[in-house]
Design a protein around this ligand. Structure first.
Ligand code: NOJ
Ligand code: MG
Length: 598
């Protein structure tokens, strides 16, 4: 395809504006790993992952080279939304283990120098939480813990209608009638996940206490759930809430996307709440010592708002250390080309405020897996792109071995997002396919459990896609991932500049350079054609030949092999990292930074 010249030159930009390239703090260049506890490792044979299972696999994380892991909720929960409906913010879900198991997990992680990040779910609780039960019963002190409303008179008579047209994320009205209280309550997720009322200072205080509780348990930070949803608009003068306008995105009036969520998301108060939580964790560190406790926030929202999550442009208050950058998840898919990827990288770099670190999220438990989203042939390419970029990276469990979405029948479906959509639509909404048990080995149940059933089925490809098999062969997704993680310890990756360049819609180059250090060039071919390119202009002072440093699984090259800089050939879907070594030094290990175990 002929690419307009202007696009071509745009793609040459050095993408370092604002971004902090020299890490000051542990998390700024850390590899983060997301654990979905229900599906990581089962220790007691009930087919459900648990804390002792996680603890037993911490050495695996260590070997991967990650510095920290965040866990989806492990709190007590009726499991309607698999842990995101919490009935006791201070207790552990019994099927996951005990508080002692948790303390042991933290102790063991810290012994291995791994940081532990908890999921903090502030927007809602379970309807089985004692706060909700009391609030529904109008018990004094709890009346306003949730968002209650009479609704609007029904012209046809009978029970009032819901207060507004607002929709919940998993289809249909966000308002549920309570027979007990004779009012509606707001739930932006399932009916069983009532929204807490952040306009009630007692709620704000209680949730801060929850943060302190887990900090006292030794956790190193929080992944904060569903931040844009925290506040709803204040009521109008007439005492009612306004309806939301339609978005034009879908004609299905029950679908969440039917409305433009201007009154239920991203209210100005939300940012202030994030700044308050930041103040809390900073203060905790000052009072208790130790390293920075990190806030990573989940918000699928505009880049302008995410910039404010980092730091307020007006008050300069600090907020989230890592407002999750979902560009790879939300803005790219298998139809995206190299120019699209460059654009996503560039636009994130442009909004990171001066002196702050970038972060890159490649997958999570809510979205299709990398191999399914981009195509199995591009698994190495996407992991290599992720791990070539400056800043913190976030990998969802299983992406390092190239797990793919598992087909789940309607009968097997458990995700409320899918169940609410009904049999005809469930597959378009289901998050079950990316949540199946982790594939450890080629034994029955992929080594996930010793039992004979699992809460979601094990992927049928587990005999070839698993840790054991991939550890044993040189060319595997896992070994590519590990090799990339090792590269990130080199000074060029820690401190060097980054340049992204799309040669054409299939070929992407990421160049990492640092004066007096080796230069590394990640090249990926996203397409089905053989690509030949001249790499001479990619960086300053490139030698006529470069060496292969990391090779993707579809490459026929080997590490240490040589490639002419002016005649780089990429086979279909091939990806590799080339190194241009400093002429006076052939000793790569000199480039390695202080190892994290400082
Ligand atoms: C975002 C979580 O990632 C998702 O799994 C959950 O359903 C919603 N927030 C509600 O907590
Ligand atoms: Mg178990």
């Amino acid at each position: 395809m002929q690419v307009p010249l202007v696009v071509y030159y745009l793609s040459l930009c050095v993408a370092t504006l604002g971004v902090e390239l020299t890490p000051k703090d542990w998390w700024e260049k850390a590899g983060f790993y997301q654990i979905y506890p229900r599906s990581f490792k089962d220790s007691d044979g009930d087919g459900i992952g648990d804390l002792n299972g996680i603890t037993s696999k911490l050495p695996y994380l260590k070997e991967l080279g990650v510095r920290a892991f965040w866990m989806s909720p492990i709190n007590k929960s009726p499991m309607v939304d698999f842990g995101y409906d919490i009935s006791d913010f201070r207790a552990i879900q019994p099927e996951y283990g005990t508080m002692q198991d948790f303390e042991n997990l933290v102790k063991e992680a810290h012994r291995l120098n791994l940081k532990v990040i908890m999921d903090f779910v502030p927007n809602h609780s379970s309807d089985k939480h004692e706060w909700f039960i009391k609030s529904e019963a109008r018990e004094s002190g709890y009346e306003d813990f949730y968002v209650w409303d009479d609704g609007i008179p029904n012209p046809a008579g009978g029970r009032n209608l819901p207060p507004t047209n607002w929709l919940q994320a998993f289809r249909r009205s966000a308002w549920q009638w309570s027979e007990n209280r004779q009012q509606y309550y707001l739930h932006q997720f399932t009916v069983e996940q009532p929204d807490l009322n952040y306009r009630n200072p007692v709620v704000v205080r209680e949730m801060k206490d929850v943060i302190r509780f887990w900090l006292d348990k030794g956790v190193d930070g929080f992944r904060v759930d569903a931040v844009p949803f925290l506040f709803e608009v204040v009521k109008l003068q007439n005492g009612s809430y306004p309806n939301e306008p339609t978005s034009g995105l879908t004609i299905d009036p029950e679908d969440f996307d039917y409305l433009d969520h201007i009154y239920t998301q991203n209210q100005p108060e939300t940012l202030d709440m994030v700044y308050q939580w930041r103040e809390l964790v900073d203060q905790y560190q000052q009072e208790n010592g130790g390293e920075t406790r990190v806030l990573m926030t989940e918000g699928y929202t505009s880049l302008e708002i995410l910039r404010e999550y980092y730091v307020s442009t007006t008050t300069k208050k600090h907020g989230s250390h890592m407002p999750f950058n979902f560009g790879f998840i939300a803005d790219l898919n298998r139809t995206s080309g190299a120019f699209d990827i460059v654009k996503v990288i560039q636009s994130w770099m442009n909004i990171v405020p001066q002196g702050h670190a970038a972060n890159w999220v490649m997958g999570n438990h809510d979205r299709p897996r990398v191999g399914t989203r981009f195509g199995e042939e591009r698994i190495d390419a996407m992991n290599m792109i992720l791990l070539s970029l400056p800043g913190a990276t976030v990998t969802y469990q299983g992406e390092e071995i190239g797990m793919t979405d598992v087909r789940i029948s309607w009968e097997e479906t458990v995700d409320p997002a899918a169940c609410n959509a009904g049999e005809a639509l469930y597959a378009t909404k289901s998050r079950d396919p990316c949540r199946t048990p982790f594939q450890w080995d080629d034994s029955a149940m992929a080594g996930f459990t010793s039992g004979n059933r699992t809460w979601l089925p094990v992927g049928s490809n587990y005999r070839s896609i698993n840790v054991k098999v991939e550890e044993a062969v040189t060319k595997s997704h896992l070994n590519v991932y590990k090799a990339m993680m090792k590269l990130r310890e080199y000074k060029t990756f820690r401190h060097g500049s980054v340049k992204t360049r799309a040669y054409n819609d299939n070929v992407l180059a990421i160049v990492r350079e640092l004066e007096d250090h080796n230069t590394y060039i990640t090249l990926v071919n996203l397409g089905t054609k053989i690509e030949v390119l001249d790499g001479v202009g990619l960086a300053s002072r490139l030698p006529s030949k470069m060496r292969f440093e990391v090779v993707g699984t579809s490459s026929h090259h080997i590490k240490g092999g040589v490639m002419a800089t002016n005649d780089i050939v990429l086979l279909p879907y091939e990806s590799f990292v080339l190194v241009a070594k400093l002429s006076h030094s052939d000793r790569l290990h000199e480039d390695i930074c202080e190892v994290w175990l400082e």
